[in-house]
Design a protein around this ligand. Structure first.
Ligand code: COA
Length: 256
């Protein structure tokens, strides 16, 4: 793993930190590849929640590496987009919820990584934007697909067409992030949220994530069919037995 990505696993929570602060955590190829490796390691460690954040005081991730992109031809661009898609998909398909702890700038590919997470918590200093239009391109790591699904078609078009940079307050209002906290409290708040998720029944949580993800992929009819099969499949699981028995015995459940 390149030294620009750190993985820490503690108490079932995996924290991945993009650690290239001098370049505002911009994602060059080695960093992106290492991020993919870190996700695999976190999954192998059976993490029950994942946190993605950036090192330093200024940036979450200031985007794909513009110095790398500047001279790319279409074939190289295709490979770079594929790598970005692979990493964003790995976050989206991670078998436990992923939280983006957005500690500063989240532009272009940085915002796209945040979009692939289940939840987004922003520091009051965060600024987000799909700013690719300013570079004469469009989002290429999932932004054209995930942004409209999150904030709706018109807001997504406005953000992408104008490359608008949105501060934390506006991001909250537009539904780009779920909550905004004081900058100094972000790390602890995200850590507590991750701990709370890790304490949830893991099998049920994974089923919830998969079925919600599926809702973006299919017709309502096919999505409901997927939900019904997933729901039924949970019956007989340790989590289901414990959750319902605990309710009937009027006590708190003890999930494994
Ligand atoms: N790719 C490569 N390098 C980047 C980068 C990116 N996306 N974003 C920032 N950097 C580098 C800068 O080149 C600079 O490097 P240097 O010190 O070697 O010259 C360093 O990070 C600090 O950036 P700087 O622009 O000096 O900081 P700032 O505080 O004045 O501005 C931003 C911060 C984020 C507003 C500005 O860097 C910016 O707009 N970056 C591009 C964001 C973007 O368009 N991302 C989408 C890419 S698809």
């Amino acid at each position: 793993m390149a030294d620009t990505v750190r993985l820490d696993v503690e108490d079932d929570v995996a924290t991945i930190t993009i650690d290239r602060p001098d370049q505002l955590n911009a994602l060059n190829v080695p960093t992106l590849e290492s991020l993919g490796d870190a996700l695999e390691e976190a999954e192998a460690a059976d993490a029950r929640a994942l946190v993605l954040t950036g090192a330093g005081e200024k940036a979450f991730v200031a985007g794909a590496d513009i110095s790398h992109m500047a001279e790319m031809d279409p074939e190289e661009a295709n490979e770079y987009a594929q790598l970005g898609h692979d990493v964003a998909n790995a976050i989206e398909e991670f078998p436990a919820p992923a939280i983006a702890g957005i500690n500063g700038y989240a532009f272009g590919g940085g915002m796209e990584l945040a979009l692939a997470c289940d939840l987004r918590v922003a520091s009051e200093r965060a600024v987000l934007g799909q700013t690719e239009i300013d570079l004469g391109i469009v989002p290429g790591w999932g932004g054209t697909q995930r942004l409209p699904r999150l904030v709706g078609d018109e807001t997504a078009r406005r953000l992408i067409y104008f490359g608008e940079r949105v501060d934390a307050t506006d991001a909250l209002e537009e539904g780009l992030v779920g909550e905004v906290v004081a900058h100094d409290e972000l790390r602890e708040h995200v850590s507590e949220l991750a701990d709370d998720l890790a304490a949830q029944p893991a099998t049920a949580l994974r089923a919830a994530k998969e079925t919600i993800n599926q809702s973006h992929e299919t017709s309502l009819e096919a999505g409901l069919e997927f939900e019904r099969r997933t729901w039924a499949g949970l019956f007989g699981s340790d989590d289901q037995r414990e959750g319902m028995t605990a309710f009937l015995e009027d006590r708190e459940p003890e999930f494994e």
